[in-house]
Design a protein around this ligand. Sequence first.
Ligand SMILES: [Fe+2]
Ligand SMILES: [Fe+2]
Length: 387
Amino acid sequence: MAAGSPIEQPQRIFSQLNALLRTVELYPPAHVRIVQAKQTLHGDMTAFLDAHQRLEYRFLGDLLLANDRILPRESVVYRNLLDVCQNERGIGLMTFTQGFELWELDALLEALGQGLVGSLESWAARTAVTHVTLTPPIEAGKQAGEVAARRAYYGSVEALREIESTVQRQAPLSGEHIGALRLLTSTILDQIVQTPGLTLRLASIKSYDEYTLYHSVNVAVISIGLGLVIGLPVAMIREIAMTGMLHDLGKIAVPVEIVQKPGPLTEDEWIVMRRHPALGAQVLSHLAGSNRLAMIVAFEHHRRFDMTGYPLSPRAGPQHIVSRLACVADVYDAMTSRRVYKGAVPSRQVCAYVREESGRIFDPRFIRILDHMVQWLSHHGEGEFIR
Ligand SMILES: [Fe+2]
Ligand SMILES: [Fe+2]
């Protein structure tokens, strides 16, 4: 069976699960309809997990997310199931991993269908499931912030998509385009200030197919995290986050075959790729208003701390401090993302790499800042930033 696209297949699997839950209520367990529905669901789930290793359904109030992507239609269609899971079954997250077996589906149906007498932990221990994990919902107070932040995250992806298609059509970018992005960036920032743990949760949202759009939002999110660890004023962090959103704008002029190439680039392809900082800066230079910092960062983010990167410009001075911050955020997201040609690297390894390349690619001052952000947020990210 085909694995399907990373978006369509989770939609189908969720609708199969919903239909199965209804069928189980109507027919005896050995009925052919139930047996067939289970096999179909299990087959599709296995195909998806073989291709993608993991499938997460997260319930956030009236939102359904599959692998951290909002499913707008399914959020409405399955509102009742979302409500039952969160409020009656105490489930906020279902995680399936590769190797999910048919009997584990029975255990899941028990937890979802009749509800459990004991806790989710005792259900997991009693049934001995290993390829499905059920986690309680996020506390109601925090949920609103989480939903607002995720909506703003996806809104930013949309806003960037709109900006890119405008530039591609060679139409001028308006203040409204940037204004919409600024508003969404502010929402993300406000939510991270209240719940710093959101930084790593939002930055873990990745897209295999639309890498550059999601990468841009992630660089903004990581820049916010770094800015808060440093203790910068919120107004300044907002400007820095905007530079993250726009740093790779020049990549729209690079052919998609090069941006998405499943392997190392040839020297000729690198020549084209290395144009993106200058192209991005050029697009941003036509914008009215205070976008000078975004222009500088777009131009400088690959120049490196020791100035051996690109674009080469003999007259340019040292990299701007915000470009150095963006460079750390950029590499952090690129390394923690799975690409066609490489797997995702754990965040601790990224910290080690930044330390290794300190003084060459990275400003040495950012080693401690990144370490602090990753370590602290991984353990205690729900409170306020400790400096
Ligand atoms: Fe770049
Ligand atoms: Fe980048």
